[in-house]
Write a new protein. Structure first.
Ligand SMILES: CC(=O)N[C@H]1[C@@H](OP(=O)(O)OP(=O)(O)OC[C@H]2O[C@@H](n3ccc(=O)[nH]c3=O)[C@H](O)[C@@H]2O)O[C@H](CO)[C@@H](O)[C@@H]1O[C@H](C)C(=O)N[C@@H](C)C(=O)N[C@H](CCC(=O)O)C(=O)O
Ligand SMILES: Nc1ncnc2c1ncn2[C@@H]1O[C@H](COP(=O)(O)OP(=O)(O)OP(=O)(O)O)[C@@H](O)[C@H]1O
Ligand SMILES: N[C@H](CCC[C@H](N)C(=O)O)C(=O)O
Ligand SMILES: [Mg+2]
Length: 524
């Protein structure tokens, strides 16, 4: 696209003569610059993008988008704007030819359940057309999957990915919209056909300060709904009632509340999944999904709302839920025939941990063993709460390290420890090394016990001081279970190989055989 067309009405070209330049790509990251790129220089919290203008130019950038042209000492065409992130979003949307006008976008916001809901939505829509996805696990453009950098990437990547979905003839895109994404204008300009609100609970207060600001950030998603679009709200969450849906948009309230338009009633919850009855506009059907926990019934119902709006029938969807698969790292069971259960889950907020521990309790384990920690450089206030919840629902708590990032793991663990409210001993172990913590859980487990390894889910690395060390809870746990099986063979009839995923399926860095921090570290 010509530079002049891209900039028109959004910014000011400092040398009008450069208007005919062709721009092929737009990026905020000098490392991703290609020949023909517009480089957006952003002054961030840690680094100043202007320091990378030289590098961007060498890599082929042909124009710089900035609010501080005086910081660009090179003779390169400059576009001046007031806010580079906002301008980048509007220009990226233009460069990729307004992809949100060509496919229906389903935005999902909320503290927990976004990733699961986007997967379920794309699964329920697949008979109507391909559904792309943007979120924590990966970006799927309808043809190939790329490793995710953020849950909601910067607008340059976000719109590029939507553009690829259009080229790959996707009919839909299910996208996770994080509160950071909304605050940093990563999805500015986007028009949503559907806006889902899953729930709101404590998280990210390091960034938002308090729950009210956090809610207001999430609330922004609903201003993106296009006329005729639909807000899909979890009516059992008190925050949903405060969401103001703009005029000319529809609303579907889902949940167990009498007031819900799409109402469900839980039947049975257990290790094999959930059964429940759904009522929508007088039509009632029984559902059974192979996902554990009431929280997954909420996620499923949100996805169901989209499918129903798109014309699918409750009766036909009820017939096809058997092939739904667990999302990687979300209550994924490892079952290679051992006599105790092992579940891997991404719970890293108090509410998620409580939901997942409740789901585990519904399977009536002999003893509940929980291995978990809290991430560094993230909301401190959630740490003791997570400790309290783990203590409340577990017979044995093994407190360990998550991604400490730049923090001291012992300090993080001290904060979680405060909430656990039980003495160190057989019911409460502190083990800083996550690998050793998982080892301890697997070697103490007895027949009928259930081990939950929470916090890292699908992640295949552990982040320590800016370096990512290969580490996969799945692989580490599987290795120790197999070690135990070799030591004492288990009953053949319990082997369920279908529930054992092949190693390192994650789109992120595959973890190496050895999951020991210190080996094979990579820079961020
Ligand atoms: C708080 C936050 O979200 N910060 C994000 C923000 O950082 P920042 O504005 O401070 O940027 P910076 O790191 O100082 O860099 C400034 C500029 O220099 C550029 N740069 C930097 C280095 C270089 O070599 N070349 C270069 O061009 C950067 O691309 C950037 O444009 O912009 C950066 C560039 O896009 C992001 O990498 C960074 O994410 C940080 C690392 C992060 O951890 N974010 C998390 C909290 C996040 O966004 N999470 C949400 C929610 C997760 C969820 O709950 O699901 C998400 O959507 O992922
Ligand atoms: N509807 C829900 N309510 C409460 N907890 C949930 C719900 N759905 C999932 N969880 C819990 O939250 C964890 C993360 O789920 P998921 O990845 O779907 O959420 P997310 O909102 O995408 O999270 P993130 O913000 O980290 O990307 C799960 O592993 C589970 O423990
Ligand atoms: N999307 C989440 C991921 C947290 C994962 C958890 N393992 C941790 O490190 O806290 C975040 O950025 O807060
Ligand atoms: Mg997610």
């Amino acid at each position: 696209m010509k530079l002049r067309e891209l900039v028109d009405g959004i910014g000011e070209l400092l040398a009008e003569s450069s208007g005919d330049l062709k721009i092929s790509q737009i990026t905020h990251d000098s490392r991703k610059v290609q020949h023909g790129s517009m480089f957006v220089a952003i002054e961030g919290r840690h680094r100043d993008g202007h320091n990378y203008v030289g590098c961007a130019t060498q890599l082929g950038a042909v124009c710089i988008l900035t609010n501080q042209p005086e910081k660009v000492p090179f003779s390169i065409p400059i576009c001046r704007v007031d806010d580079p992130r906002k301008a980048m979003a509007l220009m990226a949307r233009r460069l990729y030819d307004h992809p949100d006008q060509k496919i229906k976008i389903i935005g999902v916001t909320g503290t927990n359940g976004k990733t699961t809901t986007t997967y379920l939505t794309s699964s329920l829509l697949r008979r109507l057309g391909t559904c792309g996805r943007i979120g924590t696990l990966s970006y799927f453009n309808g043809h190939s999957e790329e490793r995710a950098t953020r849950t909601t990437p910067e607008s340059s990547e976000f719109y590029r990915c939507l553009g690829e979905m259009v080229s790959n003839r996707c009919a839909y895109a299910a996208v996770e919209i994080s509160s950071h994404g909304l605050m940093f204008d990563r999805v500015l300009g986007l028009e949503l056909q559907y806006g889902i609100f899953t729930n709101l609970s404590r998280d990210h207060l390091d960034f938002h300060g308090n729950m009210e600001s956090y809610f207001q950030a999430k609330h922004r998603q609903f201003s993106l709904l296009r006329r005729g679009g639909t807000a899909i709200l979890n009516w059992d969450d008190p925050y949903a009632k405060r969401i103001v849906v703009p005029e000319g948009r529809h609303t579907i309230r889902f949940g167990q509340s009498e007031e819900a338009d799409l109402r469900f009633e839980i039947g049975e919850l257990g290790i094999k999944g959930a059964s429940f009855r759904v009522n929508f506009k007088g039509d009632t059907h029984d559902f059974r999904i192979p996902l554990m926990g009431e929280h997954n019934v909420y996620n499923f119902t949100a996805a169901l709302a989209v499918a129903l709006c798109e014309g699918r029938k409750l009766s036909e969807i009820a017939q096809e839920t058997g092939d739904i698969r667990a999302v990687p790292g979300r209550l994924e069971l490892i079952d290679v025939g051992q006599t105790f259960g092992v579940a891997i889950d991404f719970a890293h907020t108090p509410d998620a941990l409580q939901s997942v521990l409740r789901a585990c309790a519904e399977t009536n384990p002999k003893r509940m063993i929980t291995v978990f920690g809290a991430g560094g450089d993230r909301d401190h206030s959630k740490r003791p709460e997570m400790g309290a919840i783990a203590g409340r629902y577990s017979d044995i708590v093994i407190l360990t390290t998550d991604n400490p990032r730049t923090e001291d793991p012992e300090v993080i663990m001290d904060m979680v420890h405060k909430g656990i409210k039980r003495p160190l001993g057989p019911g409460f172990i502190r083990q800083t090394d996550r690998r050793q913590a998982i080892h301890a859980a697997i070697h103490m487990a007895e027949e009928g016990d259930l081990i939950l390894i929470a916090g890292k889910g699908h992640e295949t690395t552990q982040e320590i001081h800016g370096r990512h060390y290969p580490f996969s809870d799945w692989e580490v746990a599987l290795g120790f279970i197999q070690q135990r099986i070799r030591a004492k063979p288990l009953r053949e009839d319990r082997v369920d190989r279908d529930r054992t995923r092949p190693p390192a399926t994650s789109p992120r860095n595959p973890a190496s055989e050895s999951a020991t921090p210190g080996k094979g570290a990579s820079d961020d």
